[in-house]
Design a protein around this ligand. Structure first.
Ligand code: NAG
Length: 96
């Protein structure tokens, strides 16, 4: 009887581990799908400005009351250490 129940508990543990693995892999998969969607998300810019002499990303973001996170999100192709006078930066937009 004791032997039988320990076999049964091994079986249940195995089933538990397997279902956990299944849950984890499903989660990993949906994360992957989510990342793909995120990577292909479209940024739409509603308003741009030309960078003026001496301006930095941080200053532009502050001027238009944007957090750096939002600023970076609507300006995915801008490298703030390479910003130049006359470069167009997005100061209002959305990420879908
Ligand atoms: C931005 O430009 C700097 C200077 O050329 C470079 O070192 C850095 O890797 C670039 N960053 C990105 C995210 O491309």
């Amino acid at each position: 009887m004791a032997k039988r129940s320990s076999k049964l508990s091994i079986f249940f543990n195995l089933a538990l581990v397997l279902s956990l693995l299944l849950i984890i892999s499903t989660m990993a998969e949906s994360r992957l799908i989510f990342n793909v969607i995120k990577a292909s998300s479209k940024v739409s810019c509603d308003s741009v400005i030309g960078v003026k002499s001496g301006e930095t990303c941080t200053e532009i973001a502050a001027k238009f009351k944007l957090s750096t996170t939002v600023f970076d999100a609507i300006n995915p192709n801008i490298n703030c250490s390479k910003i130049f006078v006359g470069q167009w930066v997005c100061i209002d937009g959305s990420v879908n």
